[in-house]
Design a binder for this molecule. Structure first.
Ligand code: F6P
Ligand code: MG
Length: 473
């Protein structure tokens, strides 16, 4: 069921796959060891400490294997027998044995996170432990300025929209707001933590404000947003009673915050009647959303003073103390909190986890492997796939000609699937489709675009973005 177009592999020296396995993953794995040490230091329980040390050893061994091009070994059965068997079947099919520096990028990266999760799931005291939680909450704390700016904006427009109960909104104003909210949500994806290995907190903050967003509009190199607006507006005009928008989520922290801002806008404007959030079920690609991240975020804004006035790790290093929040800032956040928890209580904002999102294959397999899940996605007016990894999974992480239509690169998840699929993705990998002829060459010729080397380096750091849509019903 996979595409015949060649997949991105870690053995290709010109790919970001190669750079990832050799440079980025060892850094990520070192970070996880630091996190476990911190948690070991915080417990008195000797049994928990001993288990923690074993986890550290396993993480260290995995790092060694990745760095030294050792084989990918079978994943141990941690209770999700079929899921593990599926991973191991694929490992076995890749070579005998496949080694880290010569495997398909997409599968091997998923395998790495799936394997890490067994280090925890097979313990007594660390089963539910999220080794990336600390890092995710810390970045949310450092996103404070952009969070406050958006909370103020949110309160203003939701209050306006709520006054206009019959949804007779001024179409120009609504469309402008729609575009703004989608762009906010799009650029929120530039801040994922797996790229933090080559980005500072300061770089991230610079990307989050409204001025940065305006300036970045020209960096959206494929943009189907107008078609998405028409599609949702049409569904509302047709008087459909249920108009669901699903988010196949990507990252926690600031990105989840902007997802909820967009979701709240869609509800308040009547462009959607329900929002379904689809998180991961195990710690994934460092910063991806788990159900607990949703509660973590709500708790943070429920008591914003306690949260934002606590110094982050970064603040501590620099000896900084956060300035107190103003009463207005606290009130804005309270408004947002009330709006979201109200929607949640009404069933308009729900979480629907599914372990399929942490399987190792591309979504080309989804209709065949999970017809029930596809059926569910088809019920939505729109399914928004957030971020880079979801885009890689949708397109099979393959070396498509960049002018290939998005609808074609989705294969069985394209129009024939019957689902309305959208990608909101800042480009952080080699795969990209739906570009006008000549765009790839033009970007390769920019400074650090990779032109001289032949690599598509312009696509590696989230500076450019694609907003693509495939209409299935
Ligand atoms: O391509 C770089 C990378 O960090 C990959 O590890 C992964 O595909 C992706 O970016 C994570 O980004 P996102 O959180 O947007 O899916
Ligand atoms: Mg992610």
């Amino acid at each position: 069921f996979d595409t015949k177009t060649p997949k991105s592999v870690t053995s290709d020296p010109l790919s970001f796959a190669s750079e990832s396995v050799r440079k980025r993953w060892p850094v990520i794995l070192t970070g996880t060891v630091d996190d476990i040490y911190k948690s070991i230091a915080q417990t008195e329980d000797a049994e928990k400490q001993a288990e923690g040390k074993k986890i550290v050893e396993q993480l260290g061994a995995l790092k060694y294997e990745v760095e030294h091009n050792k084989p990918l070994t079978p994943i141990v059965d941690d209770g999700f027998t079929d899921e593990v068997a599926e991973y191991n079947k694929e490992v076995a099919a890749l070579g005998n044995p496949p080694t880290w520096h010569d495997v398909p990028w997409l599968f091997s990266e998923c395998y790495m996170y799936r394997r890490i999760s067994t280090f925890f799931s097979t313990t007594k005291h660390w089963k539910e432990y999220d080794l990336f939680y600390r890092q995710k909450m810390d970045t949310f704390r450092t996103s404070r300025n952009a969070v406050l700016e958006l909370a103020a904006r949110y309160k203003d427009f939701v209050t306006e929209l709520q006054k206009d109960k019959d949804a007779t909104h001024n179409p120009d104003v609504e469309k402008a707001l729609f575009t703004e909210m989608f762009e906010v949500c799009l650029w929120g994806n530039a801040t994922d933590l797996s790229l933090l290995t080559n980005m500072t907190y300061e770089d991230i903050q610079k990307m989050q404000g409204s001025a940065a967003r305006k300036a970045a509009e020209k960096n959206i190199i494929a943009n189907d947003l107008p078609q998405v607006y028409d599609s949702l507006r049409q569904a509302r005009a047709d008087g459909k009673a249920e108009r669901r928008v699903d988010f196949v989520l990507d990252n926690a922290g600031f990105e989840l915050w902007v997802d909820l801002v967009l979701g709240g806008f869609l509800l308040a404007s009547g462009l959607a009647t329900q929002i379904v959030l689809r998180p991961k079920s195990i710690p994934w690609f460092v910063s991806d959303v788990l159900p607990a991240d949703f509660s973590g975020l709500l708790n943070a804004i429920q008591d914003p003073r306690a949260f934002f006035e606590t110094p982050s790790d970064d603040d501590k290093l620099q000896g900084k103390t956060p300035t107190p929040l103003s009463d207005k800032e606290v009130a804005d956040l309270e408004f947002v909190f009330q709006h979201w928890t109200g929607a949640h209580a009404e069933g308009q904002l729900v979480m629907r986890p599914d372990r399929y999102w942490t399987a190792g294959g591309s979504f080309w397999r989804l209709p065949h492997q999970r017809p029930d899940l596809l059926e569910d996605l088809k019920q939505a007016e729109l399914v928004i796939f957030k971020g880079d990894l979801n885009y890689r999974k949708l397109t099979g992480d393959a070396w498509w000609d960049p002018t290939t239509p998005y609808t074609e690169a989705l294969g069985p998840m394209g129009p024939a699937s019957g689902a309305n699929i959208m990608s909101l993705r800042t480009v952080k990998a080699d795969v990209v489709v739906g570009l006008p002829a000549g765009k790839d060459e033009e970007l390769k010729a920019t400074p650090n675009g990779g032109g001289d080397t032949g690599a598509r380096k312009w696509g590696w750091h989230g500076k450019w973005a694609v907003v693509s849509f495939s209409k299935g019903h």
